[in-house]
Design a protein around this ligand. Structure first.
Ligand code: SF4
Length: 955
């Protein structure tokens, strides 16, 4: 065990502020003032209580009761004619797939009496092998969001009004025909389509209005299914300029363009972290949201098991403390503008050309270079940058090391991240110039996530025909003439091809709750390929997918001999692997020295912004989900808000009130002033300071959160917040996306409009070297005199003075030393002989007063802390499985969170010689803990899931 570390969860604990010391021995720092709460006059005005909070937030299973059964169940005996597959009281599980344009994974869905109640990762089939993000697990709740549109809608002067599907089909069909006849422009804008059958439906649509599909590009994933279609060639009597454009929140255009330069083909290869002995991430959160992160977490976990005799060495160069960076062995803080010089410096250090790193980074790059060279091809360098030049330099590093073919596989291509930023610019120009006649949006929301969203809104509103398949009257949908709401994915059939040779299926686990229709069916109906179904039991999409699989995939496998057997097992397993190959990539080429020169020539800004994905909210697609809003961020432990993360020293520089006069006089950066550190504390009675963040003409005001480990001169703001702000007094995307008031109700602004939670950071995104960028944006940050309450749970649960809850050791010690060296037995403090005494665990019996004989099976649970990345998925799973109440920001702020399971996040700093000397002889040394901790600007992070300890027979 490393004995020279101290673990701390918040600044008050670190500095042992008087408030902290007073509360240290209470498990809950704030008294649960039940009398005050229950006796309050305001109680009579409550619109909710804590256990009813979900209902208050607009989630209901009333519709599900109807959809789950043919008739509403009102009798004690639930079924007269029981469906064969349902046994009351016994849950059914179905294999399916989750994909929201950002996260992908094979899942299992648990249903009870026909209602889906839980989603978890499928550990038997699929490429994520059981891994699931909090967003995937929480997605079951969005099925029951009452803000979902209940049928097709049309926007007119009278507002957003329901319209029948037959009218919608007739009106949209006739407008498309008329536009096509005069050769107008039709644009179909989607997130990255990895749905093979959807690609076919899109092709059918393009063919119908654009003529032939001769100009269709081949799919780089499957090699045969079109993914982007464009044609102006007429074969029929209609001939529009029809184009399918991919537009995701997060662009990977830089990787694709770099591969075009280096390998002659626009693709994203398959990364395999499980083979990597040395992993280097440069501004890349590959364990949270980056490409196939649900697959990477499992691969990464395999390299972190000391029992195998080896562990990967993970270096992370980054600005904000990311989920991935918090798990790194060695973290180096850089500004986004330095990512290019780091990549070039590493290339130089391994002898592949590049450019020597500047003085502040040279030693790190040299050391990384040595370790990469020693590992050779068993290494992997990845970058989260969307700059083509930086990605080319990273390609050169991997190529020089021989990683292609070992940790990077060209022959397997990733289907996600298809956005081409050049195409986006063209589309934007077409729309804003008014040359687009019809635009259709599927699973993409540019009015929300483009930096000039309002321009997009105006342009969309000006189109002759605009259609959205959104499930809500969201930012883009509200600008469209028609909303044709898609089914929830748990009500839908779908198929997926996330990477070469791997296919998966989504199946409905409940009938559609409302009068919605799958987007694929809408496209097929408008393309004249299917007749509109008048019932909820439409088989249009099912038939289309089953036919495609029988026609295209059955022949590619050898396991099953009949189509029926093949299809049944595919649905049962939820996924399928077949033999497929993509055309061989060219050998490595490209003008790397030119890329190095451009990558190292990025001008640093005084303050640089990183727009990042939080583990809970991600890109914001499901930001009206109260489970995800209430989940504390794994690093900041803040719920229900986004905020500006900033290096503690930078916060003190901006708000020097906490610095002593001496520190101010000497050096404003001096943060070994413990009083100043105390001023950073955020708690129930200590609101956060507010800063104003400005990029060009745009400004946001947000609370500032001092984040240990953040690079000085940078700020981070999470994307995915500020959703639904256009809704006025209506909670258009769901009530949980808006601030609730104290004791229920909603906060409203001066005009009476609902206030969206957080601010939309996408509004500040920028462009660099022709690509969209979310990091390195020059920004100015100014202090304000305002404060803002944050619901921060990081100091809710003290460790009651027990310093040794977390234990760590080095791989060498683990492999060579006796287990007592790194894991000495715990001692318990007990009252014995009338006084406190520490005794070995074996001598204390927690069960004395709780006889356990004859209690039957006793369940235990262990978590491999070497593999735990602190993602928070288990927390959301626990909420879903155990129906744990959501209590809202105000209750969380007052330490009244109800989570049964929490993820403790400890920062730790390595001791120094002073400490060792002090421990040997405290009288001759001036060392103290504070000095040691504060001097470490980049602490390590350890996660430890804390279970409820309620299993079976809690003492
Ligand atoms: S144990 Fe750790 S890695 Fe596993 S779900 Fe929980 S937080 Fe995530």
């Amino acid at each position: 065990m490393a004995t020279n570390k101290k673990y701390w969860k918040g600044f008050d604990e670190l500095t042992e502020s008087p408030e902290f010391v007073e509360k240290k021995n209470n498990e809950f720092p704030a008294e649960l003032s039940v009398e005050e709460f229950v006796g309050s006059k305001e109680v009579s005005g409550f619109t909710t209580d804590r256990r009813d909070f979900l209902k208050f937030l607009g989630f209901s299973v009333a519709a599900a009761s109807l959809a789950a059964c043919e008739k509403p169940v009102i009798k004690a005996i639930p079924y007269v004619n029981k469906p064969e597959e349902i046994t009351p009281g016994i849950a059914n599980w179905y294999a399916s797939t989750f994909y929201d344009g950002n996260d992908y994974g094979s899942i299992l869905v648990k249903t009870r009496e026909g209602r889906p109640i839980l989603v978890k990762g499928n550990s038997s089939f699929g490429i994520n092998r059981g891994a699931a993000t909090p967003r995937m697990i929480g997605s079951v709740l969005s099925l029951y969001n009452e803000a979902r549109l209940k049928g097709a809608h049309r926007h007119s002067d009278g507002g957003c009004l329901p319209v029948s599907w037959s009218d919608v089909d007739a009106e949209i069909g006739s407008k498309l025909e008329s536009i096509a006849e005069r050769g107008g422009k039709i644009r179909l804008v989607t997130s990255s389509v990895i749905w093979p059958s959807t690609n076919s439906a899109i092709s059918a649509f393009v063919n119908k209005y654009g003529g032939s599909v001769e100009a269709v590009a081949s799919d780089p994933v499957a090699g045969e299914v079109p993914q982007e279609t464009e044609t102006t060639t007429a074969e029929s009597n209609v001939s529009a300029d029809v184009k399918h454009v991919t537009l995701d929140e997060v662009s990977y255009s830089g990787i694709r363009k770099a591969n075009q330069e280096c390998f002659g083909s626009d693709f994203i290869p398959d990364y395999n972290f499980s083979n990597a002995k040395v992993i280097v991430g440069i501004g890349c959160d590959f364990l949270n949201g980056w490409l196939m992160s649900t697959e990477y977490v499992g691969q990464y976990g395999k390299t972190r098991k000391p029992e195998s005799g080896w562990m990967s060495k993970h270096w992370q160069f980054e600005s904000i403390m990311s989920q991935t960076g918090s798990n790194a062995d060695q973290r180096v803080r850089i500004k986004p503008s330095e990512e290019g010089v780091v990549a070039a410096g590493i290339l130089h250090a391994i002898g592949g050309g590049g450019q020597a790193a500047p003085e502040n980074l040279a030693a790190y790059c040299q050391k990384v270079g040595e370790e990469l060279t020693a590992a050779g091809g068993a290494s992997l360098v990845v970058s989260g940058s969307n700059d083509t030049n930086i990605q080319m330099v990273v390609n050169a590093i991997n190529n020089h090391l021989g990683s292609y073919g070992k940790t990077i596989d060209h022959s397997i291509n990733i289907g996600m991240g298809k956005t081409n930023d050049d195409e986006i610019k063209k589309l934007e120009d077409e729309l804003t110039s008014g040359s687009v006649d019809a635009v259709i949006f599927y699973d993409t929301n540019p009015v929300y996530f483009m930096e000039n969203g309002e321009q997009w809104r105006t342009a969309i509103e000006a189109c002759e025909l605009s259609v959205s398949f959104a499930q809500y009257d969201d930012e883009t949908a509200s600008a469209c003439g028609y909303i044709c709401p898609d089914n929830h994915y748990l009500e839908s059939w779908n198929d997926f091809n996330p990477k070469t040779g791997h296919y998966s299926l989504a199946q409905p686990v409940i009938r559609p709750l409302y009068d919605t229709r799958q987007a694929q069916e809408s496209l097929l109906v408008w393309a004249g390929e299917a007749a509109r179904s008048s019932s909820k039991d439409s088989t249009v999409v099912y038939d289309y997918i089953a036919e495609n699989w029988a026609g295209n995939l059955f022949a590619k496998q050898t396991e099953y001999t009949t189509v029926a057997e093949f299809w049944n097992w595919a649905v049962h397993n939820g996924s399928l692997d077949v033999k497929e190959e993509v055309p061989a990539a060219q050998s490595f080429a490209g003008n790397i020295q030119q890329a190095v020169s451009k990558a190292t020539d990025i001008e640093p800004q005084e303050m640089e912004l990183v727009i990042y994905q939080k583990a809970g909210i991600g890109t914001g697609k499901d930001s009206a989900n109260p489970w995800l809003q209430e989940m504390p961020d794994p690093l900041s432990k803040v719920s229900w808000d986004n905020y500006v993360t900033m290096a503690p020293a930078d916060v003190l520089r901006m708000f020097p009130g906490g610095l002593s006069e001496e520190a101010k006089a000497n050096n404003a950066d001096e943060i070994s002033d413990y009083g100043a550190w105390n001023s950073l504390y955020i708690g129930q009675e200590s609101p956060a300071k507010v800063v104003s963040v400005t990029v060009g003409e745009k400004s946001l005001k947000l609370p500032v959160f001092p984040m240990p480990g953040q690079a000085s001169g940078t700020i981070g703001i999470a994307m995915g917040y500020g959703r639904g702000a256009h809704g006025g007094t209506e909670p258009v995307i769901g009530k949980a996306a808006y601030y609730t008031g104290k004791y229920g109700g909603y906060e409203t602004d001066d005009s009476g409009n609902l206030v969206a939670i957080g601010q939309n950071a996408f509004a500040l995104r920028g462009w660099q070297n022709g690509n969209s960028c979310l990091a390195g944006i020059g920004v100015s940050v100014e202090a304000t005199t305002e404060t803002y309450p944050l619901a921060c749970s990081q100091t809710h649960h003290t460790v009651m003075g027990r310093e040794s809850v977390v234990r760590e050791t080095s791989l060498a010690t683990y492999l060579t030393a006796d287990s007592e060296t790194y894991n000495p037995p715990f001692k318990l403090s007990v009252i014995k002989d009338g006084k406190h005494q520490e005794v070995p665990v074996g001598e204390a019996d927690l069960w004395d007063a709780h006889p356990v004989e004859n209690v039957g099976h006793r369940w235990g649970m262990s978590v491999d802390l070497s593999s735990c990345i602190g993602c928070g998925s288990c927390l959301v799973s626990c909420v879903a499985e155990n129906n744990v109440p959501v209590v809202g920001k105000d209750e969380i702020r007052r330490s009244r969170d109800m989570h049964w399971l929490r993820i403790d996040r400890y920062f730790s700093s390595v001791g120094d010689d002073d400490r060792n000397a002090w421990e040997k002889d405290p009288t001759t040394n001036t060392f103290d803990y504070h000095k040691m901790e504060i001097s470490e600007a980049s602490p390590s992070v350890v996660y430890m899931p804390m279970m409820c300890q309620h299993c079976n027979h809690a003492p």
